[in-house]
Every structure is written in C-alpha cells, then in structure tokens.
Write a protein that binds this ligand. Structure first.
Ligand SMILES: [Zn+2]
Length: 498
C-alpha cells in the first residue's frame, strides 16, 4: 500500500540526536504497531496519535500500519516525536504525499484533540537538525521563536494536526516570515554593587572570586543575597559559545524566555527545593538549578538549612563541572560549571547575632553541615548589616572593569592550556608551570607545615594568590599576595574550615 519516512529529534540530556521515522502501510487489520520501543512507553503514544488523528477529521487508515524510530535513543519514547509519527503514518497510508515530509524534521507532542503541544528542548533539537543538514523544521507555534534562534533554521510553526495535514496535502506548509525579534529577557540583574551598604571585606572577596572563578563563603547576618545577586554583573559577559550552551540548557528546562544572553546566569534555588529540582531529573530529562547556573553563579542562601544530600551532592558538579544522573536504563549528563556562593548565619536560631545565646558547640555543629562544601571554597568573608547609613561602595561597572582586566591577564598566561581561570588550574600544574615568588612560596609552605593547610588547601591559596597578582597587574604573586590569599581564605572571623 505505501511507505513514507521523515525525521524527528531525540534528546539524551542536552545532546540531541536526529532520528529517522519510517512508516509502512500494508493490507490487514486497521492497527498501529510501533516497533523497536518498549511496549510500556509506546502505548500512551499510540493512544495519543490515534485520538489526535481521529479528532482532526481524518479517517483512521484502513491498513495495518507499522512505524519505527531508528536509532532507538533514548530507550524511552519521547513525546516530541508524536507529530513525526503521525505524519509518517498518514503519508504511508496515502493521506499525505510522502515526498512532502521527506526533507523535514517534525517536532511536537500531540494532544488528544489534535492540538500540537510545545516541547522542551527545541533549541538543541533544531540545532542538531540544522547540523545534520535538515534546515526545514516543523515545530509547535509556542516554540517557533526559540527554534528561530538557530542560525540557518527554516521554521514552520504549527498549532493543530488538522492544519499540518491540510497544508502538506496542498503543498502550502510554509516557513514563518516576519519573525518579531526576541524581547530582551527582563533582567533581574538590574542591580548594582553601589546599592550594597558597607561590607568592604565582602565586596573585595566578591571581586577576587569574580576575577579568578573562586568559590565564596559569606558568613554572618548581612546582605549576603544582595552581594550574590551582584556577582553575575561583575563577571565578564558570556562568550557566544557559553551563551549558546546556556540557551540550550534553559530550553531543555522549559525556561527559554529566561535564558540570559550577555550577563552570566544566577541560579538561587530555595532550601525547600527537592533534589530533582536542584540536580535535575532523568525521568523527565529536565536539568536542575545547578545546571541553570552553568557558566554563571549558584547561590545557596542560608546554606546549612538545605538538606544534607543537596549540600554534599554539590561536590560532584564542583569537581567535574557536570551533573551525572542515572535511572530508567538511561544515563544523562548536564553541564554545571559555576561559581558557588554560600552564605550562613552564625547559628540556626532566629535571634540576631547580638541576642543569640547558642553555645559555641551548637554553632560549630550548624557550620559543620557545610564541611564538605567549605573544603572547596577558597575565599571567605564576613557580612553584616551594621550601620544602615554606611557608605556604599563603587558601582558594578568599575569593579567589572578590574575583573575583566585580571581575567584577560590570566587568559593570556593560560593561553596554551585547557583552563581559562585560575580556579581551574590543577595543583600539579600550579607547582610545575606557574611558580610564585620565593617569599610567597615560603610563607604558604610554612603555613602548610603547621598542619592547618592541607595539600588541596595550599593549591587553593596559590590560585587565589595568582588572582590577586592578576588584579594588581603583576607578573607573579609576591609575598603580599600570598598573605592576602591567606587572609581571604581564613575569613576575617578566622573561622575558615580547613
Ligand atoms: Zn543562636
């Protein structure tokens, strides 16, 4: 009776794979067979496709129809392939001319009434199609603007299966012209360091972390959130490549309209969020808050209040720059390379610092919840509300200019390496390739000899010393840089965890 083939795209994590969808119509009972996919994952799809076709005013083909998706990735059916399956089977049955679906990619989940629902991840999916040489993409209308961000994509937005069938039959399915430009995402970052009262030590710490990519711990009762929110604004703007990665992650999260384009992202999950919301979910193929911080800042406010698995689970992305999730026979990785900002009040009681009567032991236990994370933090600073009339400091633009100059220095030094910031340089290379001034090395070594600084701690001190030298415009860290790195590491209240 007939055969037709078209394309769709399947996602594993953030990685998109173009898949072929083939349909064959043969004499026999009017049935739909989906081959190559686990039965439990296809029966809802079969029900959706059948209902959508019938509710689109098209008679169900009087044939035995077999549809296959190849290669089978992932081993669970992705509803974004619904539309491709529906048009392939209708083309095989002779309802649509098969040649009109051949050179296109179809994306969209079908509703029972024949509507076409938006799908998450359209940006990486369309990008994969264009890379594979298929520029003509049929997407749900809600996703058209997102799809049109991909250079070279010819986007055909659709809202109902009935319209798609009608336009394919009459050859009138057209790409969408007159795409209005994407509105700039309303920036939550219209905030400035000039608004933050006092806290010179914390402001300095913020600048050092921005310049070197170091993680930051702010302790005390003060404007920690104000400071964390202002860190993206003093970081260098996203490169084109970083902006593309960030946009794809936000697309997969279903938050395309919130994707930052220039200023690095800030992700600040609430302590009540589930581990799935923080790290992502393999079942829904949905990245979490740590991936929404990729190339930007993750802020954990009141960090000790987060669940222990959430706190300790941060170590993996901190060490590897990605989240690895496994389950349902799948294994996915989401990018998650960010600068961490943690803050903590002195203890768990609601009293202000002056009125708190908790024992030192209770405070120590509260802070100990962060031990694993603090072992990866290079810079600590106190925050306090202090005098409301305190002088405010420099505006973000001035700080950002110094940060950028320091980053340029570091990037120049690291030009022949895979690393771009001081925080990324491995300990072994710090020793062998980037020697510091003799007095600086001696100071840090004597600190290490006291037993208070571990080998990892020593490497973190060296990285910060390099950042301080970069901020000064110096060739290499001198004694003062090493001493300042030690101070920043201990924090002004001297409670640095080792
Ligand atoms: Zn207390």
């Amino acid at each position: 009776m007939g055969y037709a083939s078209t394309r769709s795209v399947a996602l594993i994590g953030i990685t998109a794979h173009v898949v072929g969808v083939e349909a064959d119509a043969a004499p026999g009972d009017a049935e739909l067979h989906l081959v190559g996919l686990p039965e439990t994952s296809v029966w809802p799809a079969r029900a959706r496709i059948r209902a959508a076709i019938l509710n689109s005013g098209t008679a169900w083909p009087d044939a035995r129809i077999t549809v296959s998706v190849t290669p089978v990735i992932p081993p669970v059916y992705d509803a974004a392939a619904d539309l491709a399956l529906a048009v392939a089977l209708l083309a095989a049955a002779g309802v649509i001319p098969p040649e009109r679906i051949a050179g296109r990619v179809f994306l969209g989940e079908l509703a029972l009434d024949g509507g076409i629902r938006p799908v998450r991840g359209v940006l990486p999916m369309v990008a994969a199609a264009v890379r594979a040489g298929i520029s003509r993409v049929v997407v749900p209308a809600e996703c058209a603007r997102e799809a049109a961000q991909v250079p070279g994509a010819v986007v055909m937005p659709v809202t109902r299966l009935a319209d798609v069938v009608d336009q394919l039959r009459h050859g009138t399915l057209r790409d969408h012209h007159g795409q209005e430009p994407e509105p700039a995402p309303s920036s939550s970052l219209a905030v400035d360091l000039a608004d933050v009262p006092g806290n010179p030590a914390a402001r300095r710490a913020l600048e050092v972390c921005a310049a070197g990519g170091h993680h930051l711990f702010l302790s005390g009762d003060g404007p920690a959130t104000m400071l964390a929110e202002r860190l993206p604004g003093i970081l260098p703007p996203l490169t084109d490549e970083a902006a593309r990665q960030v946009a794809e992650i936000y697309s997969l999260a279903g938050q395309s309209n919130r994707a930052p384009r220039i200023t690095p992202p800030l992700s600040a999950p609430h302590r009540s969020e589930t581990p799935a919301a923080i790290f992502g979910s393999v079942a829904g193929n949905r990245p979490g808050a740590v991936s929404l911080a990729h190339r930007g800042v993750l802020h954990l406010a009141d960090a000790p209040e987060f669940a222990r698995p959430v706190l300790d689970g941060q170590c993996r992305p901190l060490d590897s720059g990605q989240v690895h999730l496994a389950g349902l026979g799948r294994s996915v990785r989401y990018p998650a390379r960010f600068t961490l900002v943690l803050d903590a009040r002195p203890c768990s009681c609601p009293e202000s610092w002056e009125e708190c009567a908790c024992t030192p032991e209770a405070r120590r236990r509260y802070r100990a919840r962060l031990a694993l994370l603090l072992s990866r933090v290079a810079v600590r600073a106190p925050v306090e509300w202090g005098d409301r009339g305190a002088r405010t400091g420099e505006p973000s633009a001035m700080v950002a200019a110094r940060v950028l100059a320091a980053r340029v220095r570091a990037a120049h030094r690291l030009a022949d390496t895979p690393w771009r910031t001081n925080a990324e340089v491995p300990a072994s290379d710090l020793r062998t390739r980037f020697p510091v001034a003799l007095e600086a090395a001696e100071l840090l070594r004597s600190e290490a000899n006291t037993g208070l600084v571990t080998a990892d701690g020593l490497a973190r001190l060296l990285r910060v010393a390099w950042t301080l030298a970069d901020l000064r415009g110096a060739d290499r860290p001198q004694l003062d840089d090493a001493a300042s790195a030690l101070e920043l590491w201990k924090g002004a209240d001297g409670d640095g965890a080792r």
